[in-house]
Design a protein around this ligand. Sequence first.
Ligand SMILES: Nc1ncnc2c1ncn2[C@@H]1O[C@H](COP(=O)(O)OP(=O)(O)OP(=O)(O)O)[C@@H](O)[C@H]1O
Length: 340
Amino acid sequence: MSPSLEVEGLRTEFGLRDRVLRVVDDVSFTVEPGQALAIVGESGSGKSVAMRSVMRLLPKTGRIAGGQARLGGTDLLALSERQMRKVRGRDIGMVFQNAMEALNPTLTLERQLTEHLKWHGICDHAEAKRRAVETLGDVGIPEPEKRIRTYPFQLSGGMRQRAMIAMAMVTQPSVLIADEPTTAVDVTVQRQLLDLLAELKARGTGIIMITHDLGVARYFCDDAMVMYAGRVVEHGPIRRLLSRPAHPYTTGLFESTLEVGARQRALLPIPGSPPDLAYRPTGCAFHPRCGRAEERCGREEQPLLPWPGHGEVDLLHAGAGPERNAERREVACWKAVEHG
Ligand SMILES: Nc1ncnc2c1ncn2[C@@H]1O[C@H](COP(=O)(O)OP(=O)(O)OP(=O)(O)O)[C@@H](O)[C@H]1O
């Protein structure tokens, strides 16, 4: 059984010339084996930086300022870069929006996949080659024995995206982070990639998906975490968030996003834009854009707390263990919307 990933109190900062920007602030979540978490939020809310922090793939100006990311009892944030290199790509993989970021343009797929397996000491060359061909076939690349000899630039965008997924999954990682994996590909390829990720999930891989596409998130994910200005504002089972969003930002985000397959309806954009993190509003960072804000919201910040709204109290307190956790929800808002 794969271990779960438990992230707690993650804080990431960027050092600019004259100040320090906190772009991820106290982010916590758990991904169990075979579960998928969607991370949603407007551009700049810190989704990618949070996940790159877990992977320890930050640019030089970035710094993890606090927190833990435990994978099977090992805190990834406490490992040396040398130790992390052994974990990254083997136990935890990442699929990026742009496949060229993960693939080496100067090496054939065969070299990249086999070297990757051999470097991690997973198997010898013959077995690595067999696994590489098999994985390329698994991700839907036709004639994998032949295609394995090609370079990334010789592949179409969709095929490159698949090759990157093959690269991420060839080691059978416990956790896969997918950053907008379907944004750059057409709808047919999108569907195939999602089916592929669903298969991985069914085999017990924990998946974290950063996405702007609520249709994809609903189809694929169990939980959702909504980020705003570097913080988590709402977190819980995705179907509950979609049907009964409690944070006004979640409501706004859902109303301003067209769901794939949903009936055409008027979109209601959230007024204003996310704050410049260098001038973060006091209190709740969303209050200047929030229709429900009152004086207190600009003064005091509400921490993320378990949220038993109306009609949810019973579910939250009923039973014990997984059933109870499955309904667990957290919201950071003084004016969280109560649903009757
Ligand atoms: N190298 C960097 N130096 C300084 N600030 C950065 C750097 N990279 C990202 N940031 C800042 O960190 C914040 C979070 O960025 P991030 O890319 O995580 O957002 P995101 O939610 O993933 O957005 P998107 O959906 O557009 O990918 C932004 O305000 C961004 O400007």
